[in-house]
Design a protein around this ligand. Structure first.
Ligand code: FES
Ligand SMILES: [Fe+2]
Length: 369
């Protein structure tokens, strides 16, 4: 279901969830439910399409006890498999790289890039081995916005159904043209939701970012739900000179007026957050490790081939975003430290925390409690 744009305060008044139980940030039983009912069922980004550009180039995805490999196949498409040998289950590939075929390091079974079992050493030592039925276990895979996405649930809706109109809105930005300036993985001593929620929370901006971005934000964002996802639009430094600069950095498109001037922030359930401008993309993806620890995968991107002013705007936004992220990383550790005492059982949300309200409503539906 989609809704029209409205001020975040109005949006907050319509939110069903206004209080969040604190155990969602500390309880390993709740995390196990999230793992089974959310992460095992949702579409998750693995890497950029460009990361596996050549036939045989691959990346592994290792999160919450799963190991999946995505590989560029010989037909030029992308395949995904469980990273597990069909002989005795050994893990096949590590990290990233390029291979002609996928060979198990244990006893040498060899698979093609399509996952088919090609050769078995001394195969006559097996009774009843049907090689044609011993392909690698496939994983659902698709691409969108320049990212490779997987879903571990064979029954889940397709990626484009799951995106519920987000893909239409983002089409103008041509995110597949973006290339990374910086990408990094950082372990954080906080629950996975803590990080995502902080980035969508407008209420903390004057306090945590009082000396940095707060001065440039005059008005609360407007907000919209797009199925399980949300989008906020925030006018940052909405001055004439900035508008003029922005209008000189508009490759991609055709953009709406708002897309040209406002930062668009999308939280794609469950764990993928982007801030986007025509000349800039920030990506934050968060994976749980334990109930009170997670991995933040962040990336700052600019449009491929950016020159002159567009390149400068891309770098400037990257530097500012990086600084703001550092401010956020400090405060979320304090949040987690306080919540972990168990003293506060329930958190009451402000209307400017409406994205958190929406997120927890969706989470409750997926988890079933
Ligand atoms: S476990 Fe892979 S070849 Fe034996
Ligand atoms: Fe922040």
């Amino acid at each position: 279901m989609t809704a029209s744009d409205t001020n975040i305060l109005q949006f907050g008044k319509t939110a069903h969830v206004r209080r969040v139980p604190s155990h969602r940030y500390t309880d390993s039983n709740y995390l196990e439910l999230e793992r089974q009912r959310v992460f095992q069922r949702a579409w998750l980004a693995v890497c950029r399409v460009d990361d596996i550009a050549q036939p045989g180039s691959y990346r592994t995805f290792e999160q919450f006890g799963e190991s999946v490999l995505v590989v560029r196949n010989e037909r030029g498409g992308v395949s995904a498999f469980h990273n597990t040998c069909r002989h005795r289950g050994s893990k096949l590939l590590d990290g990233c790289g390029r291979v002609r075929e996928i060979q198990c390091p244990y006893h040498g079974w060899t698979y093609g890039l399509d996952g088919g079992l090609q050769s078995v050493p001394r195969a006559d030592g097996f009774e009843h081995l049907h090689q044609s039925r011993m392909s690698l276990f496939p994983v659902r895979v698709d691409t969108w916005a320049g990212f490779v996405w997987i879903n571990l649930d064979e029954e889940a809706p397709g990626l484009h159904d799951a995106l519920s109109g987000v893909d239409n809105e983002l089409a103008a930005y041509r995110l597949e043209e973006m290339e990374p300036i910086q990408r990094k993985v950082i372990p954080l001593p906080v629950n996975w939701k803590t990080m995502l929620e902080n980035v969508t929370d407008f209420y903390h901006v004057p306090v945590v970012h009082g000396r940095t971005v707060s001065w440039a934000v005059d008005e609360a964002p407007d907000m919209k739900s797009l199925g399980d996802h949300t989008r906020q639009r925030l006018d940052i430094a909405a001055y004439g000179w900035r508008r003029r600069l922005d209008r000189m950095c508009t490759r991609g498109g055709p953009y709406t007026d708002k897309q040209l001037t406002a930062l668009h922030k999308y939280l794609l359930f469950p764990n993928f957050l982007i801030n986007v401008l025509p000349y800039h993309l920030t990506v934050m993806q968060v994976f749980p490790v334990e109930a009170q620890s997670c991995e933040l995968h962040y990336g700052f991107y600019r449009r491929r081939g950016a020159r002159g002013l567009e390149r400068l705007r891309g770098y400037g936004t990257w530097l500012a975003s990086r600084y703001i992220l550092l401010e956020d990383l400090k405060i979320i550790e304090r949040f987690q430290a306080g919540v972990s005492t168990g003293r506060l059982a329930t958190q009451q949300l402000h209307l400017e925390e409406a994205a958190i309200s929406h997120f927890h409503g969706v989470l409750s539906r997926w988890v079933g409690q």
